[in-house]
Write a protein that binds this ligand. Structure first.
Ligand code: WT7
Length: 648
């Protein structure tokens, strides 16, 4: 494969780069030769009550321990709000566009401070203290951002939960995290679909029963529909919170105190809560977003990610606010109520930096160029993407049609675990290659292990690893440090394994080839196939099943399930039942594209399911199945191919 298309950095005269290529090189060298000095310098991007003098301590070996800036003290809400109050008191910090209600609100840094303090007081009144977990399950409304910041002001650990999780999925996470308060919404509209936040949480709490520690629920009125409230447990957010005082003394946190946890999927077992530490995370959010999306006067950054994902934490909330920028949120969809909606919003709010997922770019492409041409997108000056691989075609469409070749496209590769950008350009400084997430930011040392497990310099391909810790690295998996060690540090001693495959070309550019484990990525949502298999495995009507990811033109990947029904069960099961089960046990985002009921699955002689073959069969690539002689029963293949063909 050749990587011929190179767009030189100087192609964007309108985009003032924040540094010269030589300065970037100096940063890289400094980070390499004296990492602690480099990171202590970067740590000055945030406000410390007590400045740290220590850089990294710990090791990827043995039990794995990671600590950054250990003697520093800070508060994340102060880094994001208070430190801007003198100079930017009246600057808009947050624009919240409410599609569902046809209105929007803008909060200045001063307003944000007031709102955050009121909620911090209200939560304190409810008994929330430093270290308590608070769950936040809200659509994209300002209260979601206020809630996160109010937790950090108290030192409570926020756990933002996606509104697309099922009651079962929410119950599991509420119990596991030990959350004492939940902040949610009544219900919300996503396009023309109603999302019943409060009802789903009520059901989750019923399911969790005694195992849940939730004592109170604050309910934001996110629509006109009334929802039942449980006296003594449920409070209307504004009726309750708005009476509290608009000042709250922030709690000084040690750098290593946990700041938030976020659930994500892995290749085995149940979703895991990734734990991030206050000091390292804040420095990482400020550094990465400062390098890739430096806000300048009048910049408006619209990152379209849901706040329940790491992009929602770092690119919507902490990164932009730590850098004193203006961040925008919206509950709109790119294609609803009409195609081109997002383009109108860009014009209406004079968005200068748009950051979205490749799946949204593909959805825009499917609407056609004419939808874009009709709109005025002259406010844009930078385009960003993250979350899944993007093809050079889609990259170029974004760059040429949306950005009119005026705006650099920053494809950034990162993960819940890395907290912020790892691979990504400093726009206007580095040449771009469509489809490549460019190179690591200064301070990150990537290693690619080839199929022999060897790290080669220069052009190579294999398992993408990181050799040295970085401040934003997650510290552990909540209540399961051993799983943390196993998942990320057992593949190669001394290295963090990302789970992704990558190729590095002769110019040092990285090309992500996708997950190497059984994790799939549906429209930017990470899902473990083991999660689906475990969930279905609990149903006595299913003997066994296998879930795989197949390519999908808009979502990137889609879920396909092969299931062996239990013929002896009293009640039968059909494809729809299985789809419904997955939606009920995991969430709507996991709804499979196809379900096939089959008599058996392809297995090796030792009984291991051969998922590689299932992936090919499910995506119709039946000409390239390869040698089947190692299967215990090769004849099952034609049965499966027939099954898939007949259902298309
Ligand atoms: C996985 C992490 C960007 C953070 C939000 C997702 C995939 C992420 C890219 C990219 C190709 C990407 C990887 C990664 N991924 N960014 N630019 N190009 N793949 O965070 O939910 O933790 O998922 O998303 O496979 O491991 P996440």
């Amino acid at each position: 494969m050749t990587d011929q298309t190179v767009i030189p950095a100087r192609a964007y005269p309108d985009y003032p780069a924040i540094m010269t290529p030589e300065q970037l090189q100096v940063m890289r060298e400094k980070a390499r030769s004296d990492p602690d000095a480099f990171w202590l310098e970067q740590a000055q991007r945030v406000h410390w009550f007590k400045k740290p003098t220590q850089g990294f301590s710990g090791s990827f070996e043995k039990n794995v321990s990671i600590s950054w800036f250990a003697d520093g003290e800070l508060n994340a809400s102060v880094c994001c709000i208070d430190r801007h109050l003198t100079e930017k008191r009246d600057q808009v910090a947050l624009i919240s566009q409410r599609e569902a209600e046809g209105r929007s609100e803008s909060l200045t840094y001063h307003d944000l401070h007031e709102r955050v303090c009121r909620l911090a007081n209200a939560l304190t009144y409810l008994g929330v203290k430093k270290g308590c977990r608070v769950a936040i399950c809200l659509p994209m409304v300002s209260e979601a951002i206020v809630s996160m910041l109010a937790c950090t002001r108290i030192g409570a650990v926020h756990v933002v939960l996606f509104g697309g999780f099922s009651a079962e999925g929410l119950a599991e996470r509420l119990v596991d995290s030990g959350a004492v308060v939940v902040i949610t919404g009544s219900m919300a509209w996503r396009g023309n679909k109603a999302v019943p936040y409060k009802d789903t949480l009520d059901e989750a709490l019923r399911k969790a029963g005694e195992k849940s520690s939730v004592q109170f629920m604050l309910v934001v009125r996110t629509s006109d529909e009334a929802v039942p409230m449980l006296p003594g447990r449920d409070y209307d957010y504004h009726d309750f919170v708005d009476h509290f005082e608009a000042d709250f003394v922030p709690v000084a946190m040690h750098a290593e105190d946990p700041m938030f946890m976020l659930y994500t999927s892995g290749s085995t077992g149940k979703p895991k809560a990734i734990v991030h530490a206050t000091g390292g995370y804040m420095v990482w959010a400020a550094y990465t977003m400062g390098m890739v999306y430096t806000p300048r006067a009048n910049d408006v950054l619209w990152c379209t990610a849901d706040v329940a994902w790491i992009t929602g934490h770092t690119s919507v909330v902490y990164g932009p606010l730590a850098n004193g920028g203006t961040t925008m949120i919206s509950d709109s969809l790119p294609t609803s109520p009409y195609p081109g909606r997002w383009f109108d919003l860009i014009d209406a709010y004079k968005v200068t930096m748009l950051f979205t997922a490749p799946t949204a770019v593909r959805a825009m492409m499917a609407q056609g160029e004419a939808v874009v041409q009709k709109r005025d997108l002259s406010s844009l000056r930078l385009l960003g993407i993250a979350g899944e691989p993007i093809s050079p075609d889609a990259w170029l469409w974004y760059h040429d049609v949306v950005g009119k070749k005026r705006c650099p496209v920053a494809d950034t590769w990162w993960q819940t675990e890395t907290a912020g950008v790892v691979l990504g350009p400093v726009p206007g400084v580095q040449s771009l290659k469509p489809g490549s997430a460019t190179m690591p930011l200064p301070g990150l040392e990537m290693v690619i292990l080839n199929s022999d497990g060897k790290a080669e310099a220069g052009a190579t391909a294999g398992a993408l690893c990181i050799a040295r810790s970085w401040p934003g690295q997650c510290r552990t998996i909540w209540k399961d440090h051993e799983r943390f060690r196993q998942a990320y540090f057992s593949m190669a001693p001394g290295l963090y394994f990302t789970g992704d495959g990558a190729r590095r070309d002769e110019d040092g550019y990285y090309w992500i080839t996708g997950r190497m484990d059984d994790v799939i990525n549906i429209a930017g949502h990470r899902l473990g196939t083991a999660e689906v298999e475990d969930a279905l495995g609990e149903d006595h009507r299913i003997v066994e099943c296998a879930a795989v990811g197949v390519p999908h033109s808009v979502k990137g990947q889609a879920l396909v399930v092969f299931a062996i029904p239990n013929r002896t069960a009293v009640t039968g099961v059909d494809e729809k039942d299985i789809s419904r089960l997955i939606v009920n046990l995991i969430g709507r985002y996991a709804a499979p594209e196809a379900v096939y009921l089959v008599p058996d699955l392809p297995r090796t002689r030792s009984g291991k399911i051969v998922r590689r073959l299932l992936r090919k069969i499910a995506s119709g690539e039946t000409d390239t199945l390869g040698d089947l002689s190692a299967l215990s029963d090769p004849s099952i293949i034609s049965t499966l191919c027939e099954r898939v063909r007949s259902q298309i």
